[in-house]
Design a protein around this ligand. Structure first.
Ligand SMILES: Cc1cc2nc3c(=O)[nH]c(=O)nc-3n(C[C@H](O)[C@H](O)[C@H](O)COP(=O)(O)OP(=O)(O)OC[C@H]3O[C@@H](n4cnc5c(N)ncnc54)[C@H](O)[C@@H]3O)c2cc1C
Length: 288
């Protein structure tokens, strides 16, 4: 199918895109990497009156470090997250998440800002950013604001982005040298969207106290942050997790999927994904 007719505007800067979004509101869609929007346009599942192209704004592909946080510009490509040495050194879980997105041609074009704005519940970034306690930066003609990732993804393809807002970046506190992560994805084929997946982050604070965050993807309408599972894993704060603790955490995962209305098979996969992500964390495995 061909898309319905729309007007095309090439934004001169992100500030220009914000201005245009303020003027057109819900009738305008931003075009970043186009990997989701173009198929949606072609299938006429999206019919914006105006498409605002930001994909060429190279200045929005930057990765900066300031005040103890790494800020990723909205046009940082999946390929950059996968390959950039700084990401591998400071946010390795994000590199692994990026490696699980589709295949190279999609990763070359697709952007972090586009994936975040889309809020696909089967996508890797929403849950990974939730586990990382990331903050999403938004801009509109009304001003700037930021939203914690756990409050940002509200439902299937529903996010906290208002009709006149633009995602202008994502900031994350880098992982320390002793911090650990585990990631696991159940999918039919390596490059497919997840049937279920789990990201586990364990950060070590002062006095050897561990703080764990566990988030599931692909099992409900939005990422599921499993505070109960994290509490079970944190109990005792030991180097390794007992089999009992892992079983209890997997039970929390299954219950959470049940409560969120996921199917029994999704609940089962959630438990499997959590156990395997935890095993990868303990093994220090850089999984793909
Ligand atoms: C075959 C295929 C397989 C895929 N597999 C996966 C997968 O396994 N995992 C996964 O996560 N993704 C997958 N994707 C999607 C891919 O990751 C997309 O790149 C991503 O979801 C959207 O990024 P984009 O830059 O292409 O955004 P676009 O397609 O340009 O835009 C997506 C949406 O976000 C809006 N938008 C874009 N940028 C902004 C912004 N800065 N502020 C506000 N709104 C914005 C657009 O208006 C649009 O509504 C797949 C895509 C394809 C084609």
């Amino acid at each position: 199918m061909t898309p319905a007719a729309f007007d095309y505007v090439r934004a001169e800067s992100l500030a220009h895109a914000v201005e245009l979004k303020g003027a057109y509101g819900v009738d305008a869609s931003l075009l970043a990497g186009g990997q989701s929007l173009v198929p949606l346009l072609s299938m006429r599942l999206a019919r914006p009156g105006v498409v605002i192209d930001i994909g060429h704004l190279a200045e929005e592909e930057t990765i900066t470090e300031d005040n103890g946080a790494i800020t990723l510009g909205p046009l940082v490509r999946h390929r950059t997250l996968e390959r950039e040495g700084r990401i591998g050194a400071t946010l390795p879980v994000l590199r692994v998440a990026a490696q699980h997105v589709a295949y190279p041609s999609v990763r070359n074009f697709g952007t972090l800002g586009g994936a975040v704005a889309l809020g696909d519940p089967a996508a890797e970034y929403p849950a990974t950013l939730t586990a990382l306690s990331a903050r999403i930066h938004l801009a509109s003609h009304r001003g700037a604001r930021e939203v914690a990732a756990e409050d940002f993804f509200l439902g299937g393809m529903i996010t906290a982005v208002a009709d006149d807002e633009v995602v202008r970046g994502v900031s994350v506190v880098p992982m320390g040298a002793n911090d650990q992560f585990g990631f696991y994805e159940v999918s039919d084929r390596k490059c497919d969207y997840a049937l279920a997946g789990c990201a586990v982050i364990r950060r070590w604070g002062a006095h050897g106290r561990a703080s764990t965050r566990v988030a599931l993807f692909g099992v409900a309408e939005q990422p599921l942050l499993l505070e109960g599972a994290a509490a079970v894993l944190d109990e005792g704060g030991t180097e390794r997790w007992s089999d009992d603790a892992l079983t209890a955490a997997a039970d929390v995962a299954r219950d959470s999927v049940d409560r969120a209305g996921g199917s029994r098979v999704k609940a089962h996969w959630a438990g499997v994904a959590l156990r395997r992500a935890a095993a990868n964390l303990l093994a220090g495995a850089d999984t793909r």
